[in-house]
Design a protein around this ligand. Structure first.
Ligand SMILES: NC(=O)c1ccc[n+]([C@@H]2O[C@H](COP(=O)([O-])OP(=O)(O)OC[C@H]3O[C@@H](n4cnc5c(N)ncnc54)[C@H](OP(=O)(O)O)[C@@H]3O)[C@@H](O)[C@H]2O)c1
Length: 237
């Protein structure tokens, strides 16, 4: 890590993988900008970090709104810089395609796919002018294996995979690393309590994934970890 504290903007930091990543990055000395819609949950990260005498900066943001994303990035950049964006905010519905309402379809695409693209668009100009950066996208094993009750979710994650693979080739010349992290089942609130209770011993934890994110970010300057597939040792649920 360079002497100057790197600025890390994490979307969906109020829960699960994003929350664990905010804590893990803060512990490395990074300046963490934590976003999500629930400001109170973001504030609770600092309550937890209080005893370590470290903190994150809280920037409530709904990534489904491109104006909200633009405003949030302006606010962050008024006081710092974004060296790393972690596109983590995500939702799913675990329903058959025929059961998904139009609202659910729009929400999943708007959050997982468009929200991530809005965030990338908003941070790219300053990463280019700063001479580099990292964009870490949290995809899913749905891009590697076919699951039912995941059609819209799969469309959103495949969409982001295609977008970011193309983006990676465009931004190499700017020293911007595009890192796609592809986790399997991880015990977070995206899963129902019943599923988590039943499978918690074989699921990965948010902290497991967070440690890998820090590791991927801290690789040598001239090396990019383009894709990381992370599965529970016992395989998918
Ligand atoms: N858990 C798994 O098994 C697994 C596996 C593969 C990939 N993933 C991916 O990992 C990412 C994190 O999920 P998780 O498992 O940690 O679930 P989670 O605990 O439910 O966290 C989801 C996060 O996304 C945020 N979010 C949702 N909609 C948002 C919006 N419109 N704007 C801003 N933030 C929003 C939520 O915060 P607010 O509600 O406060 O906005 C929350 O902080 C997702 O992209 C998910 O697809 C998870």
């Amino acid at each position: 890590m360079s002497k100057e504290k790197p600025g890390v903007w994490i979307t969906g930091a109020s829960s699960g993988i994003g929350r664990a990543a905010a804590i893990e990055f803060a512990k490395t000395g990074a300046k963490v900008f934590a976003s999500g819609r629930r400001a109170a949950e973001l504030d609770r990260i600092n309550t937890e970090l209080d005893s370590d005498k470290i903190s994150v900066e809280v920037f409530p943001c709904n990534v489904a709104s491109h104006t909200n994303v633009d405003q949030t990035v302006k606010k962050i950049l008024a006081n710092g810089k974004i060296d790393c964006l972690i596109n983590n905010a995500g939702i799913t519905s675990f329903k058959l395609a025929e059961e998904n309402s139009i609202n659910e379809i729009n929400d999943i695409i708007q959050t997982n796919l468009l929200g991530s693209i809005y965030a990338i668009k908003a941070v790219l100009p300053q990463m280019i002018s700063n001479g580099g950066g990292a964009i870490i996208n949290i995809l899913s094993v749905v891009t590697k294996k076919t699951f039912t009750k995941s059609s819209i979710y799969s469309a959103s994650k495949f969409g982001l995979l295609g977008y970011t693979n193309s983006l990676r080739e465009e931004v190499r010349k700017h020293n911007i690393k595009v890192i796609n992290v592809i986790p399997g089942a991880t015990a977070t609130p995206i899963w129902s309590k019943e599923i988590r209770n039943q499978f918690s011993d074989r699921m990965m934890t948010a902290e497991d994934i967070a440690r890998v994110l820090v590791w991927a970010y801290l690789q040598k300057e001239n090396l990019v970890t383009e894709e990381l597939l992370l599965r529970p040792i016992e395989g998918d649920l």
